[in-house]
Design a protein around this ligand. Structure first.
Ligand code: ZN
Length: 192
């Protein structure tokens, strides 16, 4: 396979703000309602809104107009990996960190805490590959480490097929600015 480009967005729980919940769609809102811990809620809300912001940046849409399909391949319930028309996306969280990737090609990202177990690197690489391809087989796949903006964590990025990969990184400050802009945009200014 040829070359790939990917936009990688980092954020963290510091970006959590209950006003972000107004950006959620009804399916996401129900899921958020079911999350008991503040950390789980923060990771989910920041991840869901950062995904909208990242897709909006790639497509030129309004973040509120981005439609996210979370249908599970196994059972049809809305808890599957997110899908967006016309773009490939991957979302991961660990500890306070939230990671979103968008690409024209199927892409997978994962981030895990180093204290998760003895072979976190293998796990992270396998998980990113699984998200990109549906298999943990690394043969013929491009897998690379991603620099993580916090000590004690490892992250990886995967594509099916080998080739050059251009990574555009959006750090936590850039994500925070984009989330602020999204919050400031008036609800209802975009068509559903
Ligand atoms: Zn399911």
């Amino acid at each position: 396979m040829g070359n790939h480009v990917v936009d990688v967005w980092w954020s963290d729980l510091r970006a959590m703000d209950l006003r972000l919940r107004s950006m959620l769609d009804p399916v996401e809102e129900r899921r958020a309602d079911g999350l008991a811990s503040a950390a789980d809620l923060g990771r989910f809300v920041v991840g869901a809104v950062l995904l909208r912001v990242a897709v909006a940046a790639a497509t030129g849409q309004d973040p509120r107009a981005v439609s996210i399909d979370r249908t599970c391949d196994e059972c049809g319930d809305p808890h599957g990996r997110p899908r967006v028309a016309g773009l490939h996306v991957s979302v991961a969280h660990a500890g306070p960190l939230v990671l979103v990737a968008t690409s024209p090609d199927p892409v997978g990202v994962d981030v895990e805490a180093l204290d998760r177990g003895p072979d976190v690197e293998t796990w992270v690489r396998g998980e990113a590959t699984f998200k990109a391809t549906g298999s943990r087989d690394l043969a013929g796949r491009h897998v690379q480490p991603l620099p993580v903006p916090l000590h004690g964590y490892l992250a990886a990025l995967a594509f099916d097929g080998t080739g050059e990969v251009g990574v555009i990184t959006h750090d936590q400050d850039e994500s925070a600015e984009a989330l602020e802009r999204a919050k400031a945009s008036s609800p209802g200014s975009a068509s559903p």
